[in-house]
Design a protein around this ligand. Sequence first.
Ligand code: G3I
Length: 381
Amino acid sequence: MVHASFTSILAFFLFFSSGCATAPKVEDPYSFGVELMADSSPESAQNEGSSPATAHTAAQEIPLVGLRGLAAAYHLDFGAAVAFKALSISKYAQIVSSEFSTLTPENEMKWQYIHPVAGSYELFFGDQLVQFAQSHQMKVRGHTLVWHNQLPRWVSESVTTEDALLKLVTEHVSTIVGHYRGKIAKWDVANEVIDDAQGMRDTLFYRLSGTEFLSTAFRAAHEADADALLYLNDYSVEAINPKSNRLYELCKALLAQGVPLHGVGLQAHWDLDDLPSMSSVRKNIERFAALGLKVDITELDIRMKGAPTPERLRVQAEAYAALVRVVLDTEGSDSITVWGVDDGHSWVPQWMSSYGSALLLDGKYRAKQAYAAVVGELSNR
Ligand code: G3I
């Protein structure tokens, strides 16, 4: 059953009375008070409200020229993770629509927010983001249907058997993908299922069903929207390494079972002091593409420890440019999404204190050297 809370009705009224560009100052859409399962991801350190470092040390202002237009010349989608709340900031909204050709809801389509209570779906904020995208000729990447994080406690408390789990996964996926049929081009059907150390990640989904939850989720998604491209998304799998090898083997196994898997998402949350080798990233993309899969960069950011310096910003710019080059030069990869619009709306400082400055624009929406380097890659070919 799909229902609209008071907040949604209020937001809906305000949204339409004030036109598309400025989203209303609605009460925090994330405050459903939904109890969450304990977060098991290694980097779960939160320090809310840390101010974004201004990374703008270049003397000269770098103009924003519209990455989406430049990238389109190479049939490359260039996107960003977008937060519904931030769309009420006109500068933010304007940059989203002028710079990016695809958007990924940063949190609004995650189980915690879109399915906060058993049998009840909160689709308002996802709908608003899809509408924003449509009104700016942008594509949408749905993120994410099945993930161990931001999963409400009612799921783990009420689901204790494989049958119950697969039934719930089917209902969850069919309801959401069906609701957005024809409006969402790509889905991160499952997120971060590979463990960092060995095998599959130890989650409720895997404990109750092995990998059956994956084939169930992908089949339900394909049934609900046969035109949507369906992805497995994960982090620290950009280069050839033991974790990406496990993802590769899992993809081969799912494809051999006839599971409608169309692509892999390489998140690329990188640390400037521990960048992967670009030739290994290229070989990794090539091997997944050789399986017939599309290979998207889905959550790119390159964080740096401490305050940005001209030298660190120069090295960051080179890293962004190098990845764009690899994507443009490698068959099977035609989509790059950065995980945030500007350093002021980046998850990094909130989760990894003393880190930040990870994106193409600083906390004042000013283009950084990284932005100029990406423009350079998309211009001088
Ligand atoms: O909803 C609450 C709100 O009520 C409360 O006032 C506020 C302050 O505590 O927090 C709000 O929830 C936050 C939520 O983002 C919405 O802003 C959570 O605390 C915060 O943990 C959550 O962080 C998100 C994180 O995923 C959760 O795992 C980040 O914004 C988001 O960028 C991040 O994205 C993930 C991808 O989905 C998957 N890959 C890794 C990536 C980075 O962790």
